[in-house]
Design a protein around this ligand. Sequence first.
Ligand SMILES: Cc1ncc(C[n+]2csc(CCOP(=O)(O)OP(=O)(O)O)c2C)c(N)n1
Ligand code: SF4
Length: 284
Amino acid sequence: MAETVTFKSDVKPDWCPGCGDYGVLSALEKACADLHLDPKDIMVVSGIGCSSNLPGFFRSYGMHTLHGRGVAVANGVKLGNHDLTVIAVGGDGDGYGIGVGHFIHSLRRNLDITYIVMDNQIYGLTTGQTSPTTEMSVKTKSAPEGNIEQPVNPIALALAGGASFVARGFSGEPAQLAELYKKAITHKGFALVDVFSPCVTFNKINTYPWFKERVYKLEDEKHDVTNFETAMKKVQEWGPRIPLGVFYAKERPTYETMEPALRNGPLAKQPFKPLDPAILLEFV
Ligand SMILES: Cc1ncc(C[n+]2csc(CCOP(=O)(O)OP(=O)(O)O)c2C)c(N)n1
Ligand code: SF4
């Protein structure tokens, strides 16, 4: 069995001491080790942000792309080679702000990738501006008198967009988080794991104790993950009780299995056949 250490890169994380992203990374190392994955068969793709630096700290193939574009690139990677375990990672600003268009279309396309969002309800890398998940009235650098915008509910958005797997974890609950990753990675289709990952430097409200006081596990309530209506009810819970766990999981055909150009297998495995220019001229 592969050891957890197999997935540690030579580069040490440069996150602030106590940043929630450490828990996200170590849970991912554990999940991949438990699944006996080989680093050469994994591709981790990110956007831009503190959280998006993760591929540098994880030993596998990796790609640090543009702000909000990680999921789009991850979809392309999966189309090219279905044999790779493709994991997209990033922050709430990256995924639910600038990248929200790619996120929504990925939900409905349903390629077999896992998307881990380190949700700290703030822009960390750019030093503490309001993000799409910042709660109303919270004062930030860009909203010194308090946030006036309604926050995005990523779980509701994912369900409404047709996601076949939707879960929420917390970096303060690493054992549960690793289990959620394992379910997401083995799920055939687009799997979202939104993770509460506290920014200890710029978000002084949504801290570890703040979450610890509120979170509970859906599995303790025998939540039926195949029931869409119940999942939609559960996503509304935000206040004294905030659910963690799998909200919804139901398989449906993945994009890559339906795409006609891929009937003969992934592009990486198909022989290269140059087009006859005569065929192209017919269209002129
Ligand atoms: C096109 C573009 N716009 C803006 C930026 C500036 N920028 C870099 S990271 C970032 C926000 C990161 O926030 P989030 O995705 O929540 O990640 P965190 O740093 O909190 O992990 C922004 C606005 C950029 N790099 N590129
Ligand atoms: S600024 Fe916040 S999100 Fe960025 S590394 Fe520090 S604690 Fe983590």
